[in-house]
Design a protein around this ligand. Sequence first.
Ligand SMILES: NC(=O)c1ccc[n+]([C@@H]2O[C@H](COP(=O)([O-])OP(=O)(O)OC[C@H]3O[C@@H](n4cnc5c(N)ncnc54)[C@H](OP(=O)(O)O)[C@@H]3O)[C@@H](O)[C@H]2O)c1
Length: 403
Amino acid sequence: MENVTHIAEKPETAKRSVTVLGSTGSVGTNTLDLLAGSPHKYSVTALTAGKNVALLSEQARLFRPAFVALADESGYAALKEALAGTGIACGAGESAVLEAASIESDVCVAAISGFAGLKPSLAALENSGALALANKESLVCAGVFMTGAAEKNGCPILPVDSEHNAIFQVLEQKRPEDVRRLVLTASGGPFLNRARNELQHITPAEAVAHPNWSMGAKISVDSATMMNKALEVIEAHYLFGFSSEKIDVLMHPQSVVHSMVEYIDGSILAQMGASDMRTPIAYAFAWPERMETTGAFLDLSQALQLDFLPPDTMRFPALSMVRDVLKAGGAMPTVFNSANEVAVDSFLRGGIGFLDIESVIASVMEKADALSPPSGVEDIILIDKEIRACARDVIAQLCQRQL
Ligand SMILES: NC(=O)c1ccc[n+]([C@@H]2O[C@H](COP(=O)([O-])OP(=O)(O)OC[C@H]3O[C@@H](n4cnc5c(N)ncnc54)[C@H](OP(=O)(O)O)[C@@H]3O)[C@@H](O)[C@H]2O)c1
């Protein structure tokens, strides 16, 4: 670890080495798109994927990392064959992904989806100059341990999530007492104007069709249920250290203002831009500098309408549930996240209806009320396992009742 250079101390002319965890996903491919545009400034150290051998090996041939890893062990032979003759080392399984995250790099982009990103994100915090974090689930479940590891290793967590990245850009970090509140904006997803009684029969295809952003399936469903915004409230709490009362959510259907900080003198500083993930990703991995992107730019000369509305927590209860989650603390953020992951997976497979997602989470939270607070990451991993089993039981009972 002593050899890892703090990212802010790296000379401007030196090439930065970048590891991308989850390189085949939406954030991962956007990241590589940016790197492809600046080959003189960045080199790729390691890439990882879940199952997608074809795309991972194509990326590896193009970016020439030292190591690539696939989480799915059954794809190992195909990956090895696809990389034959390239000299690129490869591995498969959870341990191989951890190995990739543990190779020293200047910046590690954590873009694995879901709880599976926790251990690799933690490993990256020990071995990278900076962690560009998209994987919000790791911070939601293990916020105290992630921020503790960041501090211990002198590895800053740079938010990639567009809302947190916006706040990171406009927050005067040295004087938190001057902040009145953080305002996370929410597009409202595809069902912003749907009546609640129309929501139960929403199909997975409708739920993943986000109006403004192109993202992976899980986060798209989270946006439609507003669970994404609820998880982001927890993420903001751990990233910036403000209490739940100081973190508000405002609906903003145009997704132009990515989030804001309101100060005690009435000033509101907002970050604006096109709905293009390449902007926050670029800010995170070029920090403390900026890099030119090939992404979309906002044309302010076009008549822009900016609407802001309070969220409707009756229609989207995740936003009120998250207040209870933060108040409870302890194991509850993990319970909230893990129950959601299982429920979303079931919804995407056609197992439960759209509104069942929130009822599964609520039932699991009720059952998990007495869980002891985790004393370390291993406890969180056990809680996650237990909660997944509990959520599967709740779903089985729900399906039984609906027969
Ligand atoms: N997409 C966005 O615009 C956006 C914005 C803000 C924050 N985020 C956050 O960024 C993270 C990634 O989102 P995404 O939309 O890019 O997701 P995605 O498109 O589904 O990509 C997920 C990536 O993780 C890999 N993966 C899946 N399961 C894995 C496992 N068990 N072990 C290791 N790797 C695994 C996938 O590999 P395969 O391709 O092989 O399945 C893929 O590379 C999420 O935490 C999300 O909340 C995303």
